[in-house]
Design a protein around this ligand. Sequence first.
Ligand SMILES: Cc1cc2nc3c(=O)[nH]c(=O)nc-3n(C[C@H](O)[C@H](O)[C@H](O)COP(=O)(O)OP(=O)(O)OC[C@H]3O[C@@H](n4cnc5c(N)ncnc54)[C@H](O)[C@@H]3O)c2cc1C
Ligand code: SF4
Ligand code: SF4
Ligand code: SF4
Length: 444
Amino acid sequence: MADLMASIDKSQLSIAFTHRVLCTRCGTCVAACPTNAISLDKELYPVLNPQACTECGLCARVCPGGRVSFHDLNQLVFGRPDDAGSFDGHLQSTYVGYAADPRIRRAGSGGGVITALLWDLLSREQVDGCIVTRMYPQKPWQGQVYIARNYQELLQSQQSKYIIIPVNAILQHIKSLKGKYAIVALPCQIHGLRLLMREEKPLARKIHVILGLFCASSLQPFVAAEMLSCRGIQKRAIKDFQFRGGEWPGKIRAVLKNGQIKHLHYSNFKDGAINYLTYLYSPERCQTCIDGSAEFADIAVSDAWTRDEYGNYLFNSHSKLIVRTDKGVAVMTDVIAAGNLIADDVTRNGSYQTHKLHTQKKGLKAPLRVARLLREGKVAPIYDRSAPAASWRESWGERMESAIMRLGRSRATRWPLFNFLTSRYGIIFVKIRQFIKSRKYRKK
Ligand SMILES: Cc1cc2nc3c(=O)[nH]c(=O)nc-3n(C[C@H](O)[C@H](O)[C@H](O)COP(=O)(O)OP(=O)(O)OC[C@H]3O[C@@H](n4cnc5c(N)ncnc54)[C@H](O)[C@@H]3O)c2cc1C
Ligand code: SF4
Ligand code: SF4
Ligand code: SF4
């Protein structure tokens, strides 16, 4: 096997086989391979069966891990050049809204908008199924991609699972199915999907609409298991793991088989745990990813974190939608006309532009990190967008952030740190953070 592997021309293969650290674990190469030579290992990285590989090069052509051409993707999707000056990418309109169905709204991470869109498409028979994710029913500390074909199955997909799930791998199965599908995916998954659709027209015709999620970072797939072990909860004792369970904006919690709910950190999701998690559990490839707003989706959806002058959230249980393509416009017009989505058009209101933290992370720090790594001769994804000019403070900020994230690479440093920060002893840090934030708003 090792000899066979050595004889294969690696330039014909997707990035996982030369620079594993650059793999986003999107699963596109699994779906692309005509001979089923690629499968996924326990950590969700691709593995090759060299006996089945014909060195056709398709997996390399659709792989978004090592190289992303914003020029090519913009031409492909919008027929226009990259608008690198706008962090939000090409858009036709922006909305803030929520699902009209209270059950869908309540169960959503934000306003249940994604599920409202999908239910509208399914109930009006515009699609035969929706490619979505859930926590694996038998192992709720792991994520799973599946096809939802009715209301109940769609409800199971609600909530953000802030972990890597190789969504595009299921497209291998979609190729053999009849019908049209909607897909919900993260920015890197959409990069791979668009490239695969360019290569495989019959598959492209089956994808009715692409709904994208904003993404500051995903987390390592083992984060849920590690959080449970931090709190001394047996994996086999849980029936569900929720990243944003309960009242909006939600908390990370485990639902035990005996019905008990165990909160796994102090404070709510936004003001507490997610900050620590994205420092300690962010995969290296996410730290160098510069598409934060699903630039190549038909409709991109994010939380609506906008605050008022006192720092209170304006839009509890709402989501923001960026409608990018003509297909997106048609889907949006229909869902509003059918009464399945309540949404305000806020296209001309500047306060709905992407929030500052997101712009800083993906628009500034990640491109600075990529440029620095390449300067230092290290491995990083190649983009055809250059890093913005930065002050010494911003460059220093990027280095500090990278140093903290390096602590997350080893369980020996990550585990005690995370354990401390999410315990009652870590409450002081959350309180300090909340105090600094409230002062910022009071000063305005
Ligand atoms: C990893 C990740 C990072 C995110 N980062 C940000 C961010 O930085 N800023 C921001 O504003 N919003 C971010 N979001 C999006 C946000 O959390 C909400 O998912 C979004 O606002 C939609 O909420 P909703 O109530 O409309 O969706 P719901 O009705 O709750 O539906 C959620 C949909 O998301 C899909 N989904 C959930 N997890 C995954 C996953 N891991 N991979 C692929 N699809 C998934 C589900 O299949 C479902 O269709 C992120 C989401 C994820 C999964
Ligand atoms: S057969 Fe083609 S697509 Fe499959 S692994 Fe080999 S080079 Fe990649
Ligand atoms: S296509 Fe996706 S999963 Fe496959 S190697 Fe590239 S980045 Fe990794
Ligand atoms: S940060 Fe980028 S690479 Fe990581 S999951 Fe999100 S879109 Fe993919």
